[in-house]
Design a protein around this ligand. Structure first.
Ligand SMILES: Nc1ncnc2c1ncn2[C@@H]1O[C@H](COP(=O)(O)OP(=O)(O)OP(=O)(O)O)[C@@H](O)[C@H]1O
Ligand SMILES: [Mg+2]
Length: 490
């Protein structure tokens, strides 16, 4: 067999040279061109065995060219390289039928590996690209190298039914990834059903998952469908899988092995046509070692792990994220705020133990409460260090507001209002009542969870609200339901 020829399309002469040299060293023949027109000429002349193309070409978009190229040369593997390092680029490249996607800057060894495997696969049949349906902005922000890894894996598993395990600290975007897997994949027309193991009383998990027959247990007056049944044809998101009780784990394992499930108290087997995505912030290996998680279930679920980096591990994404959340707050009707350079630098220095969610809440608080349109570091610090043990910092920063612990809540609120709202030169933005309620409810909910060690039933009782109301309040206020488990009373 003759030496394979690789076509390299990029308008950047530097990239063309580097890639060309690497490919020559690896023993390939190379043809380069700097435009889509040049590429098309080579394609029509039937030149080349692999195409490597940039996305932003001077005369066309490389991704848009893929279907044309594939129509003309169905067996030509295409590798896309791009500095447009968004999830959307990664997914679109895959959707259009690209063999691989390499975010720039890439490792040349990685490029060569990708070319090798493209050559190997080019004899095998190339699957037809999924129908492209594009345009909508995808919800994941961040172009750091750490997120590029995530996007690449996501793009690869989106078209499949493989079980995905999303790992990462609290607030890193695990649920967002689960939704992206559903929304971008072939099951997107089916339902997305989520179940959070940590939010459901342990004794109810099995019936929640699998449903129950009428009379299956005391109180089961009617047949109920479980999440497995509700998710038929779609995606089932098993959130906080580390909190699943052992019995339910055994049952789930059986379902995953057989592809069928029965309702509690039922005898009929139903086919489980669901794609499973699981998530946890816990260390499942540790749970396995302490006998709290089944190892066989772990292997069933951990087919493709996606590990989300903590925010402090991708600080370069903080400015874009912060702006995104401020934009969103503005589109929800809060005053539009901008960050000056000192504020951005300050945000980037923080460790964000609550990750993206903490940053999101901080930006919402800033939008609601900061006085000036352009926010400086000092102001960002004042309104940002509120949650996650930062309240002392914030209290210490409040100028001339000495407060004794014995001061009544009413006095504190009155003082606060006069200080921060009434004294501002402008009339505060509309919706003050709701903003103040949020300020009041969040610490209240957090404290209730801490006092009850994260037990929502007890927290609801303590507050005197119904459990569903509590759950809704936690979601609305962005309070992590597991907040109390880490803390201790006192
Ligand atoms: N890359 C991102 N771009 C934009 N928004 C993000 C990103 N990652 C997370 N978010 C936002 O941060 C918040 C927390 O994300 P999400 O609920 O997916 O985290 P999680 O890992 O499931 O957290 P937990 O472990 O607490 O359940 C959400 O409002 C989500 O929209
Ligand atoms: Mg979550």
């Amino acid at each position: 067999m003759s030496v394979p020829t690789i076509l390299v399309v990029d308008d950047d002469a530097g990239i063309r040279t580097v890639v060309r040299q690497a490919l020559l060293r690896a023993g390939y023949a190379v043809r380069t061109t700097d435009s889509a027109a040049g590429m098309w000429k080579l394609i029509e002349d039937d030149v080349g065995d692999i195409l490597i193309t940039d996305v932003l070409l001077p005369d066309a978009n490389g991704l848009d060219m893929i279907p044309l190229v594939s129509a003309k040369r169905p067996n030509l593997p295409i590798i896309v390289m791009s500095a447009q390092n968004t999830l959307s680029t990664a997914v679109r490249a895959t959707e259009q039928g690209a063999f691989d996607y390499l975010p720039k800057p890439f490792d040349l060894n990685e490029l060569i590996r990708s070319v090798h495997s493209a050559i190997e696969s080019s004899n095998a049949a190339v699957p037809p690209p999924a129908p492209a349906e594009q345009g909508e902005q995808l919800p994941m922000i961040g172009r750091s190298a750490a997120m590029q890894e995530v996007y690449r894996t996501l793009a690869r598993v989106v078209p499949t039914d493989l079980t995905v395990m999303v790992l990462g600290e609290s607030g890193t975007g695990k649920e967002l990834v689960a939704r992206a897997l559903h929304d971008l994949g072939p099951r997107r027309t089916g339902p997305f059903v989520a179940i959070n193991m940590a939010a459901i009383p342990r004794e109810l998990i099995e019936t929640e998952l699998f449903g129950h027959e009428r009379g299956a247990f005391t109180g089961a007056a009617m047949r109920s469908t479980g999440r497995f049944e509700q998710a038929q044809g779609g995606t089932l998101f098993l959130d906080e899988i580390g909190d699943m009780p052992m019995d339910a784990q055994t049952r789930l394992l059986r379902v995953l092995q057989s592809g069928e499930f029965t309702t509690v108290g039922g005898t009929r087997s139903l086919k489980a046509d669901v794609r499973i995505v699981a998530a946890t912030h816990k260390d499942l290996r540790r749970l396995i070692d302490s006998g709290l998680f089944r190892e066989d279930l772990y292997y069933r679920l951990n087919v493709v792990p996606i590990r989300l980096p903590p925010l402090r591990g991708r600080r370069e994404d903080i400015p874009e994220l912060a702006r995104h959340f401020l934009d969103r707050a503005a589109s929800e009707g809060l005053p539009r705020k901008m960050l000056d350079a000192s504020a951005i630098a300050w945000l980037m220095e923080q460790t964000w133990p609550g990750n993206v969610r903490e940053l999101e809440n901080a930006m919402r608080r800033l939008a609601a409460l900061a006085r000036d349109d352009v926010v400086s570091a000092a102001v960002a610090e004042l309104w940002t260090m509120h949650a996650e043990g930062g309240s002392q910092v914030s209290a210490a920063k409040l100028p001339d507001t000495p407060l004794a612990a014995s001061t009544s809540l009413e006095a504190v609120i009155g003082h606060w209002l006069r200080h921060h709202v009434a004294q501002s030169d402008a009339v505060p933005a509309d919706g003050l009542y709701e903003r103040l309620l949020a300020e009041f409810e969040r610490p209240l909910l957090e404290t209730a969870l801490i006092l009850t060690r994260g037990n929502q039933l007890k927290a609801a009782k303590l507050l005197g609200v119904n459990r569903n109301t509590l759950r809704k309040m936690l979601t609305d206020r962005g309070v992590e339901p597991t907040a109390g488990r880490r803390g201790s009373p006192g």
